[in-house]
Design a protein around this ligand. Structure first.
Ligand code: ADP
Length: 314
């Protein structure tokens, strides 16, 4: 059976320093799973959707770890390719004070070899949502072409297009990134930018003005993620801010990915856009209460429990 949601991008193993300091000083790392669209896929799956993932991985232990992870999450990996002779990307995270620095080893990774030929068109046509991000496009020119091809196939088949701009100036020049991301927003139905990315993309400061500009390009919904300020849900019909849930924040890694995955899953379960924003906001808030991107992603039950608690305290 074809999954309802299909996501594409580059997963990478994360090595997070066990102690503060520069990478020259630290003595060890916690290994974890990274990659925005992989986090998205896991969030959508834990919220109850059938999800498939598309990518190329190195034919190495890290690649096989990812396959194990997705399979243990019930994610369909039949179109994930293990590429002989190539590597799975990795990155290191160092902490100094409250700031983080990243060192990437992903040049010529298996994921960057993904091309339009790797898009399983029939599989995609039978899904309900296709999700990708600005990172999926930034990893290589062929991957960028593949995103546009997949979006084209999806739109022609009436499959909803979901997109997180996730602008990473380290991966590509801002001018090119801006042009490609704005073009992709115009081809998408649901768009999930963070405020910071949207400000860099549009040159505007004000969330309402940003929402106006992005909606004018054509999507039916923009969820502007405002970090600890919650989320602004904007549609051509109206605007509403959903404040965050007052949780004890440990680590916000992957919160935005969880928001998008939970939103899409709730939408497929028949919820209104407002309900989707409410549920996704609760799911993202819960994700910030644990370390790393993957472990703290909640399931449907935990999100429902948090929302029920809210209702009792109203
Ligand atoms: P991204 O991870 O894409 O940069 P944000 O940092 O804006 O996106 O976070 C995404 C969502 O995670 C927010 O819209 C909110 O729902 C939740 N979130 C982020 N920071 C907090 C926080 N400090 N407390 C509770 N929830 C948060």
């Amino acid at each position: 059976m074809t999954p309802e949601v299909i996501a594409f991008g580059e997963p990478m193993l994360e090595f997070n320093a066990v102690e503060p300091g520069s990478l020259r000083e630290v003595h060890g790392y916690h290994a974890g799973y990274g990659g925005d669209t992989s986090n998205f896929a896991i969030a959508a799956s834990r919220m109850g959707s059938q999800v498939g993932y598309l990518c190329r991985l190195g034919d190495d232990d890290f690649g096989r770890n990812f396959l194990d992870l997705w399979q243990s999450e019930g994610i369909d990996t039949r179109h994930v390719v293990l590429e002989k002779g190539s590597v799975t990307g990795i990155y290191f995270v160092a902490r100094t004070g409250s700031s983080h620095s990243f060192l990437y080893y992903r040049q010529d990774s298996a994921a960057s070899h993904f091309s339009s030929r790797d898009i399983p068109e029939q599989y995609l046509r039978s899904a309900r949502v296709f999700h990708s991000s600005g990172i999926s496009q930034a990893i290589s020119n062929s991957a960028c072409d593949a995103v546009f091809h997949a979006i084209d196939v999806a739109r022609q088949a009436g499959v909803l297009v979901s997109y997180d701009p996730n602008l990473r100036p380290r991966l590509w020049g801002v001018g090119r990134a801006r042009a490609i991301i704005l073009e992709t927003i115009g081809l998408s139905d649901f768009v999930f930018p963070s405020l910071e990315d949207a400000q860099l993309l549009t040159g505007l400061e004000d969330p309402e003005a940003i929402a106006d500009l992005l909606l004018a390009r054509g999507p039916q919904m923009v969820a502007l993620k405002l970090g600890s300020g919650g989320v602004l849900l904007a549609t051509p019909q109206g605007r509403r801010v959903f404040p965050v849930h007052p949780v004890e924040v440990t680590d916000t890694t992957g919160a935005g990915d969880t928001f998008a995955g939970a939103f899409v899953s709730c939408y497929l379960q028949g919820k209104s856009l407002e309900e989707c924003a409410q549920w996704a906001n609760a799911a993202a808030s819960l994700t910030t209460t644990g370390w790393g991107a993957v472990n703290p992603i909640p399931g449907l039950g935990a999100v429902k429990k948090l929302l029920d608690l809210d209702l009792k305290t109203v």
